[in-house]
Design a protein around this ligand. Sequence first.
Ligand SMILES: NC(=O)c1ccc[n+]([C@@H]2O[C@H](COP(=O)([O-])OP(=O)(O)OC[C@H]3O[C@@H](n4cnc5c(N)ncnc54)[C@H](OP(=O)(O)O)[C@@H]3O)[C@@H](O)[C@H]2O)c1
Length: 263
Amino acid sequence: MDKIEYALITGASAGVGKEMAYMLAKKQKNLVLVARSERVLEAMQKELQDSYGISVLVFAIDLSREGAAQSLFTFCQEKMFVSLLINNAGVGAFGESVALGTSVLPMLYLNILSLTELCAFFGKEMKERGRGSILNIGSIAGNQPTSFFASYAASKSYVLNYSLALRHELRPFGVNVTCAQPGYIRTGFDDTCNIKSEKYKRFSYKNGMSAKNVAKKALAAVFRKRSFVRIGFTNKIVAFVSTFIPRNLLAFLMSKSIRSMTK
Ligand SMILES: NC(=O)c1ccc[n+]([C@@H]2O[C@H](COP(=O)([O-])OP(=O)(O)OC[C@H]3O[C@@H](n4cnc5c(N)ncnc54)[C@H](OP(=O)(O)O)[C@@H]3O)[C@@H](O)[C@H]2O)c1
């Protein structure tokens, strides 16, 4: 008997991931919800199963740890075929790179290594079956060097370039890979980055999109099999204009802008 199909969302307990879970449930997709907050996921599981009559499985795990992606894959492999993988879990780290020191390593593990492992594990099965989709959530910050967000922004550059390269490896085998690049989103993200500046937080809130809107646009890009999508009109313009600016100048302008906002 063929395995039942599921969509798997990492970072499903809050923000964009949570919104995507509700949107996919409305489309009658069975779901695997992944994050660390087990109780939140279990509450969502009950609500989504009761409201939409779908199957929802919960896997609580810290994806910033070695071996976590493998455990998640093993859990899924026995029970289902994951035909849509959404690598959404991600955190940031704000501050001077030398002051942050090695505290950024778990963030890099989550944003880069676990995402890569999950793409490899689930992408292999999709390739063998000749179908499937992967959505990786990057960031508009991944388009340029961003002082005070240096390693976070660089991790999102990785997400974009890795996703585009993977797309062209898997495309001939019927598997789609999309990277979504949102800008500011009104979620708990700024708090997890440990941003203290009220000025910065006000700016990010004022210019932020809702998690619902971002989730809708990211999923639409997947259903249209787009290679990548920059989410938000201003973000699209800024990203386009910045392609004409020399990278070192861009890095200088970004450092000036963030420094002034955090003073
Ligand atoms: N918010 C923004 O301004 C913004 C802008 C551009 C891009 N993005 C990207 O958008 C994605 C979603 O962000 P968001 O704004 O929705 O953030 P959020 O509201 O803070 O949600 C983050 C999600 O990731 C999960 N998570 C965090 N650390 C984890 C870990 N170690 N292991 C497993 N799950 C973990 C969290 O759940 P638990 O705490 O329960 O584990 C939560 O479900 C991220 O990749 C982020 O980089 C955000």
